[in-house]
Design a protein around this ligand. Structure first.
Ligand SMILES: N[C@@H](CCC(=O)N[C@@H](CS)C(=O)NCC(=O)O)C(=O)O
Length: 231
């Protein structure tokens, strides 16, 4: 059976949603990143990047959420647009926009706003600006398209949904007021039974919720280098 190495955070949720939508049997293997389980030697063998998610399908191992979505959709043929260069190109461009834009800018924006030490005005401004810029592009797209690729829900929407859920923390509590189409999309996808089952994984498995010193050390190893340098 497929194994999904999972933590209840945006990138792993993309895969949980895809597996739930397709009714693919899978087993969740919790990787508690606040306990540093992403850094163990055994986990690094399957994910040299020490992040979640990772998928194991028999003797095939795939890491990185976008690669996993493409792997699974290539295997099942489900939730993909028509197989022609135009539609495939459109799917890839939005999938990569989420992978290289939405994910990293939102992740860094959260990091600098909520975790970085002062002075941080420059970094907060840059990442908040870029996170907003990316979400405004999605807002415009969803203003003219029901889903990211048109009338049909698919893997690009599944890649977007877990990041859209985090908007109040990424941008601010009122952000949806200026992103009404993103909110409409989020509410609709969140109502899907598969999305509810994916979200339920976070309570079906035990994950550390406290952000103590050990958790911060596991999540932000770069700070240790700073401490050693005496900064
Ligand atoms: N490009 C990777 C990024 C994965 C990633 O950053 N995962 C986060 C959860 S959303 C993680 O494992 N964080 C723990 C850490 O950075 O130590 C992907 O899409 O899978």
């Amino acid at each position: 059976m497929i194994k999904l190495h999972f933590h209840p955070t945006p990138n792993p949720f993309k895969i949980a949603l895809y597996l739930e939508e397709t009714g693919t049997p899978y087993e969740v293997v919790p990787v508690d990143t606040r306990k540093g389980e992403q850094h163990t030697a055994d986990y690094k063998k399957i994910n040299p990047n020490s992040k979640t998610p990772t998928l194991q399908d028999g003797d095939i191992t795939v890491f990185d959420s976008t690669a996993i979505l493409l792997y699974l959709s290539g295997k099942t043929g489900q939730f993909l647009p028509a197989n022609n260069p135009k539609d495939r190109g459109e799917m890839l461009q939005w999938l990569m926009f989420i992978a290289t834009g939405i994910g990293p800018y939102c992740g860094q924006s959260v990091h600098f706003k909520h975790f970085a030490p002062e002075p941080k005005e420059y970094a907060v401004n840059r990442y908040d600006f870029e996170a907003w810029r990316h979400w405004n592009i999605i807002e415009e797209r969803l203003g003219t398209h029901k889903y990211m690729l048109g009338d049909t829900y698919g893997i690009v929407d599944m890649a977007l949904w877990p990041w859209a859920r985090m908007i109040p923390r990424i941008l601010n509590e009122d952000a949806f007021k200026s992103l009404p189409n993103v909110k409409r999309f989020l509410d609709e996808v969140s109502e899907r039974p598969a999305a509810k089952r994916a979200l339920a994984l976070q309570t079906q498995h035990e994950f550390k919720t406290t952000l103590d010193d050990d958790a911060l050390k596991a999540m932000f190893p770069s700070n240790e280098r700073l401490k050693k340098a005496g900064a």
